[in-house]
Ligand binder design. Structure first.
Ligand code: NBP
Length: 479
């Protein structure tokens, strides 16, 4: 067995084999291995002509094929399988070698694995990879965490196989220590959920309020994709809406069951945001909307509930309404990115990760599912002011929301009047209004908490904590 492979990939399902081919097409010799050897041989048989592969049937042969320091990419099902693979390979590795987990691991698992492998001198790189199978083959966005020194030798290879943004910059950076890469990938997916929900709401408003057909809405999305909403998700939305089902001749979107599924990264984003105390209401509404869609018995039992009488719009009114929906979609999108970046900020403080938010925006500009022209502007906002408290504090975004807000509110009025559910748009506007409010009813909440539980409150005019003797003479005491 020759020891000439610069990188190895174990786990050769769709993501692993495409990633291995990507490395090979970029001139690297790639050792390939899979628990079931048939996949390894199939890859070499079908794609061996694309580059230099070394097929290994056993873990020992696989490790022996790698030049040192060994770079071993694991692309197996996240969770138990990742631990099983690490258990199998770690004893065969030497200090300085690297295990790169490209699966969708929970960042807490990545922290645990990194700490355990560090004891053995093995560098564990938890790398978020986005872009699906197409991205893995032609250039994904890669979010590696782990020890900074591992990036010295791994970084140039990842830069070569990664997507490139329009300005040519590779969509990969060393995100931060231990679980930072997988955390950022998780938030990427959370934002993806929010983006998709907002697009879904825009579609439903254009259909149910403006009265457009899916084909007409596809054209509207195509137009939007030439402006500030220019993004992969808007582009594919137009494609899906324009597609006609061959079997029935109906719009494809009308023959698909309206029950959305999820694999878990959106839910993690919300669960962890709850732990960190970060309001990610837009992402949460997107996760809940998918859950609600799947409760078919509950939905069936509720179809008879009363709703408003729909009113039809004239063609001119429909056109004007579509323009307003574009404003609402854009403003809500700014809010969901604001919330996602807030979650990353909170985590970087909690775990001392020192994540550069401008770089995160930069590596999401190509290859990944949320790639969008808009990310260039987020990058510019953080590059200009790395300590920006929130994206909404950036002058450009604040001005854009100011310009959009009347239409945003009008769209929500129309949605409410016509009974179209828009939890994403509504949560985004509520977040915006809560942030800019002079006073929030949290003062009343504190009063209630003090009343029933003597939880105390702080005053606006004096330092300290106070309690009112509610059950007695209602005098105030310092707690
Ligand atoms: P899957 O997530 O379907 O995993 C299949 C692979 O895991 C096969 O190679 C399988 O080997 C291997 N495996 C399993 Br299952 N249990 C194993 C074990 N105990 N020991 C060794 N190998 C084991 O593959 P995928 O869809 O290509 O995704 C790979 C990773 O990339 C996942 O973590 C996924 O979340 C992540 N990801 C996927 C996408 C996407 O679009 N699909 C995007 C981004 C990230 P076998 O052939 O012997 O059964």
């Amino acid at each position: 067995m020759s020891t000439t492979a610069q990188i190895g990939v174990t786990g050769l399902a769709v993501m692993g084999s495409n990633l291995a081919r990507n490395f090979a097409r970029n001139g690297y010799t790639v050792a390939v291995h899979n628990r079931t050897a048939a996949r390894t041989h199939a890859l070499v048989k079908d794609h061996g002509h694309e580059g230099d592969f070394i097929a290994a049937e056993t873990a020992k042969d696989f490790v022996a094929a790698l030049e040192r320091p060994r770079r071993l990419v694991v692309m197996v099902k996240a969770g138990g399988p990742t631990d099983a693979v690490i258990e199998e390979f770690a004893p065969l590795l030497e200090p300085g070698d690297m295990i790169i987990d490209g699966g969708n691991a929970h960042f807490a698992d990545t922290r645990r694995r990194e700490a355990a492998l560090r004891e053995q001198g093995i560098h564990f790189v938890g790398a978020g990879i986005s872009g699906g199978e197409e991205g893995a083959l032609n250039g994904p966005s890669i979010m590696p965490g782990g020890p900074a020194e591992s990036y010295d030798s791994l970084g140039p290879m990842l830069e070569k196989i990664s997507a490139k943004a329009k300005d040519g910059a590779p969509c990969v950076t060393h995100v931060g220590p231990d679980g930072a890469g997988h955390f950022v990938k998780m938030v990427h997916n959370g934002i993806e959920y929010a983006d998709m929900q907002l697009i879904g709401e825009a579609y439903q408003l254009l259909r149910d309020v403006a009265g457009y057909t899916p084909a007409q809405i596809a054209e509207i999305f195509r137009t939007w994709n030439t402006g500030r909403l220019d993004s992969y998700l808007i582009e594919i939305t137009a494609e899906v809406l324009a597609h006609v089902d061959a079997a029935t001749g109906k719009p494809f979107v009308d023959v698909v069951q309206d029950q959305a599924e999820q694999k878990g990264t959106g839910r993690w984003t919300v669960q962890i945001a709850l732990d960190l105390g970060v309001p990610v209401s837009g992402i949460a509404e997107a996760v809940f909307a998918r859950s609600l869609s799947g409760h078919s018995a509950l939905r069936d039992a509720s179809r008879g509930l009363a709703g408003p009488k729909p009113t039809a719009l004239s063609a001119a009114e429909a056109g004007a309404f579509a323009d307003r929906v574009e404003q609402a979609l854009y403003a809500s999108k700014i809010v969901s990115y604001t919330q996602g970046f807030h979650e990353i900020t909170a985590a970087t403080e909690e775990y001392d990760w020192n994540i550069d938010l401008g770089k995160v925006a930069s590596i999401w500009r190509g290859g990944c599912i949320i790639r969008a022209a808009f990310l260039d502007r987020i990058r510019a906002a953080y590059d200009t002011r790395p300590d920006l408290p929130s994206l909404l504090s950036d002058d450009t975004f604040a001005q854009e929301i100011a310009a959009a807000q009347d239409d945003w509110r009008e769209v929500l009025v129309a949605a409410t009047r016509q009974g179209v559910p828009t939890p994403g748009f509504a949560a985004a506007l509520a977040y915006y209004d809560a942030l800019r409010a002079e006073r929030l009813p949290a003062a009343l909440t504190q009063g209630q908490r003090d009343y029933f539980g003597a939880h105390t409150y702080r005053r606006t005019d004096r330092e300290g904590s106070f309690h009112t003797m509610w059950g007695q003479d209602r005098s105030e005491v310092e707690a």
